[in-house]
Design a protein around this ligand. Structure first.
Ligand SMILES: [Zn+2]
Length: 250
């Protein structure tokens, strides 16, 4: 059993002395093109969290996931639900505050959605300074960017593209609509350095539908199970390495 919410309170009490950290998976509820469900980022964060906790049994438990994130840029596609930054920062801080009251000292956030990073970074600082807890944020796809470069063919591999579709085939195979995988029509922005694949060279608020017709940014037709397996295994290996060391830190 790896889920915090499957325990009863007396079991939590009994296990507390051996629990070294808890993992909080967070994703989003946002459009992921035609072939992936709205919950893709959360499914993905939960799957990785679960595998890490299975390896570090009894030392690490997985908290109830946060199924919403910061997704205003996807709101032009039906189904997307977004939080504000303040709400997410408050939510994560209050979860940490509750954990602290039960004696949990370390929190690892496994995040499935890039749009959450600025708010989570603020929450991390608040938790460290305000609660004195040790806290870390893992963005699995950034954690293995060196590996990704060797595995993927496309230059743009982001949202619902080659990377995410490949890993989805491993993490949530039954939820990928394989017959609906389609290469999007990508519209390059007229102003240079502002596109999502320019990796924040110039930051300007954009909406996904300004770049792509299907909602995918990148080419999901290049995705494969084989690539997904390599990417997922790399994310898992590094995350386990990190968490193993993090839980031993004084
Ligand atoms: Zn995603």
């Amino acid at each position: 059993m790896v889920y915090w919410y499957d325990l009863s309170w007396d079991e939590v009490k009994e296990k507390l002395p051996s629990i070294k950290a808890v993992i909080l998976p967070i994703g989003s509820c946002e459009q992921h093109s035609l072939h992936l469900p709205l919950g893709t980022d959360t499914y993905s964060a939960v799957h990785l969290s679960e595998k890490v906790a299975e390896t570090l049994k009894d030392k690490v438990y997985v908290l109830p996931p946060i199924w919403y994130g910061i997704s205003p840029h996807h709101m032009n596609f039906p189904g997307t639900i977004t939080l504000s930054e303040d709400t997410l920062i408050g939510l994560v801080f209050e979860i940490a505050y509750s954990l602290k009251q039960h004696g949990i000292k370390k929190l690892v956030i496994i995040n499935g959605h890039g749009g959450n990073i600025p708010a989570l970074t603020i929450a991390l600082r608040d938790i460290r300074d305000g609660l004195g807890m040790k806290v870390a944020l893992i963005n699995p796809w950034l954690f293995i960017s060196d590996v990704t470069e060797k595995i993927l063919e496309s230059k743009i591999w982001g949202h619902a593209g080659e990377f995410e579709t490949s890993t989805a085939l491993i993490e949530m195979p039954g939820k990928v609509r394989v017959s609906k995988i389609k290469k999007p029509v990508i519209k390059e922005p007229k102003t240079p350095y502002t596109a999502i694949w320019e990796k924040n060279k110039v930051i300007t608020p954009w909406n996904t539908d300004e770049f792509t017709d299907t909602g995918a940014i990148g080419d999901p037709t290049k995705a494969s199970k084989e690539k997904g397996e390599k990417l997922f295994n790399a994310m898992l290996e590094r995350t386990i390495n990190f968490v193993k060391s993090f839980i031993e830190e004084k």
